[in-house]
Design a protein. Structure first.
Length: 296
């Protein structure tokens, strides 16, 4: 809804109506977030660590709570001044950037970042190797293309009478220009602002583009496979936890039934040494007698 309203507000014919509805939506969002923040501060007292006003103040100093406070503080003045054409409204519009931080609240426990961090940590050696080879390819390609292209002078023809034509500015005047070209080329962005003009430079650019792009694209594949493996591991762990508790209960029930079998006198359950009253009538006299004989 918010993204749709933003697109509609960019249209000149719907600008006034969209601005009005955006203010209403923003006010409603502030009330929702403010009420939710107040409820979380109040409910934090249920935990023993955050009892009392000092405990709630300690809870409010958590990073996510501080983020919520900043977002609420930034949202209220923006809605209050609305679109007034005064200096205050213009200066407060820069606070709208803090409202983007609301997106961070969607993952309060940080599960997404933890999953990404674990995938990066698990495949750190492969990522470092790919980045290292890609960096070497970038340095070497930029240096060789710079050596080939730096002495190439292009003279623009002049169709008017006058002095002799002057050389056009080169694309690779410095090594920094070559590094910029190499980075844009090997990352497959390709702005086209700098291109080799000589055949030797084009040959080197094509060769290193084929080699360097392969290594620059490797980290994406490594991270993709690592995230897929981590998600699969999490699903397997969830299924294991679902089966573990019933299996443990079944094993405990089987052991209790086996250890309390009245046919076998050599089996004594560990809890019988601490029992004073036995619930089953068939075990009361026999059990106390056998235990007394064994203890004596």
């Amino acid at each position: 809804t918010c993204i749709g309203r933003i697109f509609i507000s960019c249209q000149l014919e719907h600008e006034k109506d969209s601005a009005h509805w955006l203010v209403i939506l923003e006010t409603f969002t502030i009330f929702i977030f403010g009420g939710e923040f107040a409820l979380r501060i109040w409910a934090a007292g249920c935990c023993c660590r955050y009892k009392g006003w000092r405990g709630r103040l300690k809870f409010a100093r958590k990073p996510l709570c501080v983020l919520d406070i900043f977002v609420l503080i930034a949202s209220v003045p923006v809605v209050a001044v609305r679109n007034q054409g005064n200096v205050l409204a213009t200066s407060l519009r820069s606070l709208r950037f803090l409202q983007i931080l609301r997106m961070l609240r969607m993952d309060r426990r940080g599960g997404t970042w933890k999953l990404l961090g674990s995938a990066i940590y698990t495949h750190s050696k492969e990522l470092i190797t790919a980045w290292y080879i890609g960096f070497l390819s970038l340095i070497l390609a930029s240096f060789l293309v710079y050596l080939v292209e730096k002495d190439d002078v292009i003279v623009e023809p002049s169709y008017t009478e006058g002095p002799s034509p002057t050389p056009a500015p080169q694309d690779f005047d410095t090594y920094a220009d070559a590094l910029w070209w190499g980075l844009i080329t090997l990352t497959t962005i390709g702005y086209g602002d700098k291109t080799p003009k000589t055949w030797a430079g084009r040959l080197l650019a094509g060769t290193f583009a084929l080699i360097g792009v392969s290594f620059f694209a490797l980290p994406a594949g490594i991270l993709g496979s690592g995230l897929a493996l981590k998600v699969q591991e999490q699903h397997r762990q969830k299924h294991f936890e679902k089966r573990r508790n019933p299996a443990a209960s079944l094993i405990q029930a089987a052991w209790r039934y086996y250890s309390t079998n009245p046919v076998r006198d050599d089996l004594i359950a560990t809890w019988r040494f601490y029992e004073t009253v036995i619930s089953l009538p068939c075990f009361r006299y026999h059990t106390h007698t056998s235990l007394t004989k064994k203890i004596i």
